[in-house]
Design a protein around this ligand. Structure first.
Ligand code: GAL
Length: 684
């Protein structure tokens, strides 16, 4: 399909490869690397991500020779390069000359050299050196024909996402000035009359270091926003240098899936191509469900444009307490799941398994046993298989359901110490609501709280603690136009300065939902509360609300135990041509599935009759063809009802009425593009 970005990836195939660290090996190994890469179908590698000290061993003295040689070998072999700017690891000489650029924790301790990302994002000396190094890389390699992508820094915020040092405090003050104009504005926004916190000088404002008791919530929220912005500035600084020198090469920085600390909506706006690092835990039998939501975000970040899975693991990671390997076939299904969800790449950390250092136990495409290693055998097979799936490159996922992802509400519901319950937060709610949709068989895109919603029939708002009038207006317009909205608990509570909306929750969503929340009603962990819905009872862990529906609102579910027994829990209102649901309780999966089945039904969307967490199906479409992926994430075989006569790109066979998906089985079914994407179900 035609590329839909101004700076497309110049690679005429699904990308396949991984992080490559040749500077950890002697040069004779490089030739073997390239031979085996070619054998495995590798066409893209990321380097030199952590090599600044090897490239500039002394201030201003560069040694490009080894990188020149590696890039030449890769180019000769036809392997393309995702060239890193190498700014994720400050050299020790820089830190020792400028110890003030070391990050500081909330207790005021500096973090020492000896790992990576040892920098304060706000440090002027760090920024100056980052710009200098990026410029040096771009000037040296910007016209290298093999470079198809700039890999800026690495996983911003992975280790250092917040810094509490004096330089960060100065930067925080500047950021606050920009936001509030003057001290009166800041004092008003932060509600300083509570606990006597009026500021009379900007210099009195510090980062929210550890304090004797709970810290001003608006200050905490602003510090989250500021910290994300501080890293965004650092990113933008590199983007600007690269756009100046190599305006035709796309830029990216690798995201960390659904990562709390950075507002990826804003980061994605700054780059050309979204790339993601995904490490679903093989020890968790439903980690693919979380991965699906992460990928729903990745494709949404640039409006549905294909993204690239830039890192994943061939088998075990090494940073968990227990690093369980991937069983045979698991790496394949995990990789193809990302492709199903819109990735035009399958890449790994890393190509060759390290011999030493922090990541020597992390699996790689080429394991310690070399060619004989199981991961290499599976790597080779996957490389071949991707060639058969080439037709899906550039196509877009079609989802009818979207879920609102909002960092402000995520931070607001998780950074603050004084909340009705620490159990409820945006991420937990989003995961649970998405899981229910997964069980019903509907893939889910992420979407901003302001939309655009026009591609969707159903919009889920699992929690939106902070709501402004623009968001409420967008959701209301969606329902008025025939859309179906479901809103979860503790939504519409405060404005963007953390002030409770007049009249309480759901604030600006009150008219849409037709309910008022009298009181939030979290309950003790051990209280086994229940909610009844459509004739069945479901567990309602840790949260309820005393709600008062208005006359236009139908009560669809009620609290079935505890102090709220008999009171409304789940409501529905016809809103314009659509509907608005309010789910004030938490609800175990089965309860959410029951509610969402009705939401989907009302929207005219299909839902699976039988919930099976292992089964997933997602459709990517070109102008004329639907490519429907059927994935079995489990070990038990599944029989799936499929469109008859479809071409399975995996096997080359034409389908009958049903299809067997073995353990970790995958099929990719090509059918003429239909008005609605094919909806696969388990055979009865
Ligand atoms: C990522 C990181 C890689 C590697 C990998 C291991 O977070 O970007 O450099 O450390 O994890 O899983």
């Amino acid at each position: 399909m035609a590329p839909d970005t101004a700076r497309p990836l110049r690679l005429e195939a699904l990308a396949y490869g991984g992080d490559y660290n040749p500077d950890q090996w002697s040069e004779d190994v490089w030739d073997e690397d390239i031979r085996l890469m070619l054998e495995a179908g590798v066409n893209l590698v990321s380097l030199p991500i952590f090599s600044w000290p090897q490239l500039e061993p002394e201030p201003g003295v560069f040694d490009w020779s080894w990188l020149d040689r590696v890039l030449a070998k890769l180019w000769d072999a036809g392997i393309r390069i995702d060239l890193a700017t190498a700014t994720a690891t400050p050299p020790s000489w820089l830190l020792r000359a400028h110890p003030e650029m070391m990050p500081m924790d909330a207790d005021g301790h500096r973090l020492e050299f000896g790992s990576r990302q040892t920098y304060c994002p706000s440090s002027p000396v760090w920024r100056e050196n980052v710009a200098r190094m990026t410029r040096a890389m771009a000037e040296r390699y910007g016209d290298h024909p093999g470079v198809v992508l700039w890999h800026i820094s690495n996983e911003y915020g992975d280790h250092t996402s917040r810094c509490w040092c004096p330089e960060s405090a100065r930067h925080f003050r500047r950021w606050l000035r920009d936001r509030y104009g003057d001290l009166d504005g800041l004092n008003e926004a932060w509600g300083v009359n509570v606990w006597g916190q009026r500021y009379t000088s900007w210099d009195h404002i510090e980062t929210p270091r550890r304090a004797p008791g709970p810290i001003n919530p608006t200050k905490l929220l602003d510090f989250e926003r500021f910290s994300s912005d501080a890293l965004l500035e650092l990113f933008q600084l590199e983007v600007d240098v690269l756009r100046e020198i190599t305006p035709e090469i796309p830029v990216t920085t690798n995201f960390m899936s659904m990562f709390r600390d950075l507002d990826y909506w804003r980061f994605a706006d700054a780059e050309d191509i979204v790339t993601d690092d995904a490490y679903p835990d093989p020890a968790d039998p439903i980690s693919h469900v979380g991965a699906a939501l992460n990928y729903g975000l990745m494709r949404a970040l640039k409006g549905g444009q294909p993204w690239l899975l830039l890192e994943s693991s061939a088998s075990a990671t090494s940073w968990r307490d227990v690093n369980v390997p991937k069983a045979p076939g698991k790496m394949r299904v995990d990789s193809l799941q990302a492709v199903a969800h819109g990735s035009d790449a399958v890449m790994f950390f890393q190509w060759r398994q390290a011999k030493y250092g922090q990541e020597k136990f992390h699996s790689s495409m080429l394991g310690h046993r070399g060619e004989a290693s199981r991961t290499y055998q599976e790597t080779k097979a996957l490389g071949q298989e991707l060639k058969r799936l080439e037709a899906v490159r550039g196509t877009r996922v079609r989802s009818r359901v979207a879920l609102v992802v909002d960092w402000d509400s995520w931070w607001g519901s998780s950074a603050i110490e004084s909340l009705p319950s620490q159990r409820l937060n945006w991420a937990r709610q989003a995961r649970a609501w998405h899981r229910a949709m997964h069980l019903l068989g509907q893939p889910v895109d992420a979407v901003r709280a302001t939309g655009p919603f026009d591609a969707y029939d159903v919009v889920l708002v699992p929690n939106l603690y902070i709501v402004d009038t623009a968001q409420a207006a967008a959701l209301t317009a969606f329902a008025d136009g025939g859309g179906h909205v479901a809103v979860g608990p503790f939504s519409g509570v405060v404005d963007d300065t953390e002030k409770v909306h007049d009249g309480g929750a759901p604030g600006p969503l009150r008219a849409l939902l037709g309910v008022e929340v009298d009181e939030q009603w979290p309950h003790a962990d051990e209280a086994a509360e229940r909610v009844s819905y459509a004739g069945a009872e479901y567990e309602n862990p840790f949260w309820g609300e005393w709600i008062e529906p208005d006359a236009s609102t139908e009560v669809r579910g009620r609290y079935a135990s505890g102090e709220l027994e008999g009171r409304p829990a789940v409501t529905r209102r016809s809103a314009g041509a659509g509907s608005a649901w309010y789910v004030s309780a938490i609800l175990e999966d089965a309860g959410l599935v029951a509610v969402f089945r009705d939401v989907l039904g009302g929207a005219g969307l299909p839902a699976r009759a039988e919930a099976n967490v292992d089964f997933e199906s997602v459709t990517r479409s070109s102008a004329d063809t639907d490519y429907t992926f059927a994935l079995n994430h489990g070990r038990e075989p599944l029989t799936v009802t499929v469109p008859e006569g479809a071409l399975d790109l995996v096997t080359g066979a034409t389908t009958g009425a049903t299809l067997e998906l073995g353990r970790y089985g995958v099929a990719v079914l090509a059918t003429p593009r239909a008005a609605a994407p094919p909806f696969l179900t388990l055979a009865p």
